[in-house]
Design a protein around this ligand. Structure first.
Ligand code: HAS
Ligand code: CU
Length: 554
């Protein structure tokens, strides 16, 4: 029985609901991004924090916390939950099963955000986005973050219930790829966040409330990175959803392989979590054998990204050749570069090739010892979360905002310029950061005030802040375009509509093997692998835990 309505129209209320997510996301990006260049300038000796001193926002670490929390956590989480909500509704061609539940989730996230923002702005939570113990923040910061996570879980439950109803009506159909991708992202996220849930509830919150006297930094970091690594795939997978499930259509072609696309997502569910120790290679409390296992598994989790490189580029080549492109690489020119939705994602992918190579470098123990805690790491994550992800989200926003507001994209050419500005700025910025890291420049440090900066660094420091300034121009353009699009008077003309992009697959998805469309085997595998890769160490570390590091409020 097929009850899918083919002429499905999303309701105005649901469009507004998705739009509300984007409003919070882009507002966070706007404020968070202002601090990026400030940090870059400080490093090259131009300290502009004084300008913010009169309003109490001029502190380097407060600024770095605002930058990290708003850009890495808030911009991403709100954008992702909003985007995935739309994907569920449009992918299944039906409204959410329990819209009120999803609204409760969203408002829980908003309350959490406000709760965490107050202590950050007041200087009572300058603990950076990793909030490592024994650094201590106000209890409101931890509780606020918890609520953001809980809210995102609730939205996820709303997705599952919607899917369950669809499955009842369509027992034999393959689920639409984009919907499966959204669900896998959410399931992975729910497993992943168990780590910080335990860290906050058993250690950080009680310590900040004075219920326990201290924390165990080693155990805290282990809990944190249980979540911290898969967090990066929570950011990445929605971009991949778009690269596989939408970009081929936007570029004028089809998805090269529905099966490979699904396989990549399942491998992310399986392998995203049991790799967290690659952030703890220098932590003394973890035996080297476990670091080795997590290192190997990290090479494993790079594999689905290589699959993605292959499948997405094959889809793009198919599109370009259909558009008349020829030659070994000449077809690349035939891609619709003039469409900002497409160019944002292409440029994001190109930057991610470099970011991905850097990631694999990081995962190699001996090289990691050279670059850990240096400027190389922010260089790496600006190519990944701030490029692969953020630039893709720019591209998604260029059709999503028009879709939910029913207003045309404001100045499409400017959007193209914003994309290229971000791309060029990031090439300069991230290259300088990587080089500085190799030269030994530490991360999370006010280098402008450091007495040990050698002359050799100064050219790279300058390049870095020059790149940062270009990035500020890029993000400002993006925010301007987003705001002007959403708040303009002009609406779509009579008969005009924004299409929701779904890429067809070259082969009928119904031919995709059933095991690539069912959760059960993958869920079992995921749980087993987590237990094997983390179980023994968690038992040992919890058994030896000593909550005796006195809290330190920066
Ligand atoms: Fe990472 C540290 C290893 C990917 C984010 N990473 C970080 C931190 C962040 C971060 C935020 O092993 C710092 C955390 C902190 O504050 O301390 N990372 C990896 C590996 C990968 C990887 C192996 N990272 C990411 C992604 C992130 C991210 C994705 C965010 C979204 N990372 C590490 C390690 C550390 C680390 C260590 C700890 C370092 C330390 O010592 O602190 C892999 O997943 C990468 C695989 C990727 C590829 C690239 C495939 C290329 C594709 C492009 C397709 C192209 C297209 C365009 C579509 C193999 C898919 C075509 C265009 C045309 C024109 C045709
Ligand atoms: Cu990682």
């Amino acid at each position: 029985m097929l009850t899918q309505q083919t002429d499905f129209q999303i309701s105005k209320k649901d469009r507004q609901f998705v739009g509300a997510h984007l409003l919070v996301a882009i507002s966070a990006l706007t404020v968070g991004s202002l601090y990026g260049p400030l940090q870059a300038f400080e490093w090259s000796g131009l300290d502009l924090y004084g300008l913010l001193e009169p309003i109490g926002l001029g502190d380097y670490y407060k600024g770095l916390t605002i930058h990290g929390v708003l850009n890495a956590l808030v911009w991403t989480t709100f954008f992702i939950t909003g985007f995935l909500t739309l994907v569920m509704i449009m992918g299944l061609k039906r409204p959410l099963r329990y819209p009120k539940l999803n609204r409760v989730g969203f408002w829980t996230m908003v309350v959490g955000l406000v709760m965490a923002a107050i202590p950050i702005l007041a200087g009572a939570a300058s603990v950076l986005y990793t909030f490592y113990p024994p650094l201590e923040a106000s209890w409101a910061f931890y509780l606020g973050l918890t609520l953001v996570v809980v809210g995102s879980w609730i939205e996820g439950f709303g997705f599952y219930l919607t899917m369950a109803e669809w499955r009842k009506d369509n027992p034999d159909s393959r689920s639409p790829f984009i919907v499966l991708a959204a669900l896998i992202t959410m399931v992975m996220w729910q497993f992943a966040t168990l780590g910080i849930a335990v860290e906050i509830l058993t250690m950080l919150l009680p310590a900040s409330l004075g219920i326990i006297d201290g924390t165990d930094p080693q155990l805290g970091r282990t809990f944190f990175w249980f979540t911290g690594h898969p967090l990066v795939y929570f950011w990445l997978l929605p971009a991949y959803l778009s690269w596989y499930g939408m970009l081929p259509k936007q570029a004028g072609g089809k998805l090269f392989s529905d099966s490979l696309a699904r396989l990549a997502f399942w491998l992310f569910l399986l392998l995203s979590i049991p790799v967290g120790f690659h952030h703890q290679f220098v932590d003394p409390g973890i035996p080297v054998g476990w670091k080795y296992i997590h290192s190997l598994l990290t090479y494993g989790v790079a594999f689905p990204s290589m699959l993605t490189l292959f499948t997405v580029v094959a889809s793009l080549e198919y599109a370009a050749r259909k558009r008349g492109g020829t030659g070994l690489l000449g077809w690349i020119r035939a891609l619709p570069w003039g469409n900002p939705v497409v160019s944002a994602q292409l440029l994001a992918g190109i930057l991610f090739m470099f970011g991905g190579i850097g990631g694999i470098t990081n995962a190699s123990y001996n090289v990691n010892l050279v670059i850990h805690n240096t400027a190389w790491i922010p260089g790496h994550f600006h190519l990944t979360v701030a490029s692969a992800v953020t630039l893709s989200f720019f591209g998604i926003a260029y059709w999503l905002i028009p879709f939910v507001t029913q207003k045309p994209l404001w100045k499409s050419k400017w959007a193209t310029i914003a994309n290229w500005t971000w791309f060029v700025g990031m090439l300069i910025f991230s290259n300088a950061m990587h080089v500085l890291g190799l030269l030994g420049a530490p991360r999370r440090t006010e280098l402008g005030k450091a007495p040990y900066v050698p002359e050799e660094w100064s050219g790279h420091l300058f390049r870095m802040s020059f790149g940062g300034a270009i990035l500020l121009v890029g993000v400002t353009l993006f925010v301007l375009i987003a705001a002007r699009t959403a708040f303009q008077r002009q609406t779509l003309g009579e008969g005009e509509s924004i299409e929701f992009p779904i890429a067809e697959s070259l082969r009928d998805p119904q031919l995709t093997p059933i095991w690539l469309d069912r959760f059960k085997p993958w869920l079992i595998g995921t749980i087993v692998l987590i237990v094997v890769a983390y179980g023994p160490q968690l038992i040992e570390q919890i058994g030896n835990a000593a909550y005796n590091a006195p809290p330190f409020s920066p």
